[in-house]
Design a protein around this ligand. Structure first.
Ligand SMILES: Cc1cc2nc3c(=O)[nH]c(=O)nc-3n(C[C@H](O)[C@H](O)[C@H](O)COP(=O)(O)O)c2cc1C
Length: 334
């Protein structure tokens, strides 16, 4: 396995990338994942039309900071003209890559004909991609797709071929159909079929939660890069683990103290990057705090308490109490 892949002119380490996740993978999240080893990150999806009408959230969603690179800004939309216009606007933010979302299953997006609705119209999908490619110039354009609309219409390989012909530089595939949303299992065979269908790099995505499932994705599909979404919740260390093990280095998983230290680091970053007051910014931080506590004794109760946090000081106190609980439990077990 070679160590880097090229998407257009962008070199990316072949370890694991962070998937785009609206409402989760914001700048603080991306910076944390990058710091702990993500090879590549993608922004939350941004509406192409919204950008053209200078939606006030555009700057916040499209800004790329050096600590996040290589990074893609992801757009969604189903109108080639708006897509081209949006790409030109986004280029001012100097993303390394522009990604187009053709996999989002949510009714609000699908209802407009964008996201995974484009899986049902390969021709329009290719026209949207081609418009983006033309507008993007030197900047590579990639597309993220699902395996198909439903189990009776799995068309990711044909879709990928049409997108390749439209000039797209890489394809990311989530091995679920639209109508599965996030239930059932992601199908690696579809990722493999896409890899066999095209000559551009293919990024495999869906249900990767550790080094074992990541290696399985690489081995079974022949994909060029693996992308992780939910497996990184409260666990930016997953990227460090995968990178270390792929490089044949020993890996020491984080102890609880390190996890709590990183959780507090993540919360500080959320507060620092937010324009909101501490109390409101803490609303953003709550779910992340809860995720860092997953999998420990008594964590259900503590996760509930995370959802009430309204200051950094409270988060510090909760982390200390949680650590103390786990320590006492260890002592009592001995
Ligand atoms: C909360 C959430 C938000 C998501 N937002 C996006 C998005 O903005 N763009 C996109 O292409 N996919 C989005 N996805 C899909 C993920 O990128 C990924 O394809 C999916 O979660 C499967 O990967 P996983 O099993 O590693 O989580 C989102 C998923 C989740 C759970």
């Amino acid at each position: 396995m070679t160590d880097t892949l090229k998407i257009g002119n962008v070199a990316i380490e072949r370890t694991a990338a962070l998937a785009p996740m609206a409402g989760v993978a914001d700048r603080a999240y991306r910076l944390m994942c990058k710091k702990y080893g993500a090879a590549y990150v993608v922004s939350e999806m941004v509406s192409a039309k919204g950008i053209c009408y200078s939606d006030r959230k555009t700057a916040e969603l499209c800004t790329v900071t050096d600590g996040e690179r290589p990074m893609a800004v992801q757009l969604f939309g189903n109108e080639p003209d708006f897509m081209a216009e949006a790409v030109k606007i986004v280029l001012d933010y100097k993303p390394d890559i522009i990604d187009i979302n053709m996999g989002c299953p949510v009714p609000k997006v699908v209802g407009t004909g964008a996201g995974s609705a484009l899986m049902k119209d390969t021709k329009l999908a290719a026209a949207v991609a081609e418009a983006a490619v033309k507008a993007a110039g030197e900047t590579p354009v990639t597309v993220k797709i699902r395996s198909g609309w439903s189990k009776d219409s799995i068309n990711a390989p044909e879709m990928a071929k049409a997108l390749e012909a439209a000039g797209v530089a890489a394809i990311a595939v989530h091995g679920r159909t639209r109508d599965m949303f996030y239930s059932g299992e992601s199908d690696m065979n579809v990722v493999k079929a896409v890899k066999e269908a095209v000559n551009i790099p293919v990024i495999g995505n869906g249900d990767i939660t550790d080094f074992r499932s990541c290696s399985e994705m690489y081995d079974r599909t022949g994909c060029d890069l693996v992308m992780i979404g939910r497996g990184s919740y409260g666990n930016p260390f997953i990227f460090r683990e995968i990178a270390a093990k792929l490089h044949g280095e020993t890996y020491e998983p984080p102890c609880l103290e390190e996890k709590m230290r990183v959780m507090l680091e993540h919360i500080r970053l959320i507060l620092e990057l937010s324009e909101k007051c501490e109390e409101l910014a803490m609303h953003e931080a709550r779910k992340h705090a809860a995720w860092y506590m997953n999998g420990y004794y008594g964590s259900a109760k503590f996760r509930g308490r995370c959802y009430q946090l309204s200051s950094y000081k409270e988060a510090e106190e909760l982390a200390a109490e949680f650590t103390e609980l786990q320590r006492n439990r260890e002592i009592n077990k001995v």
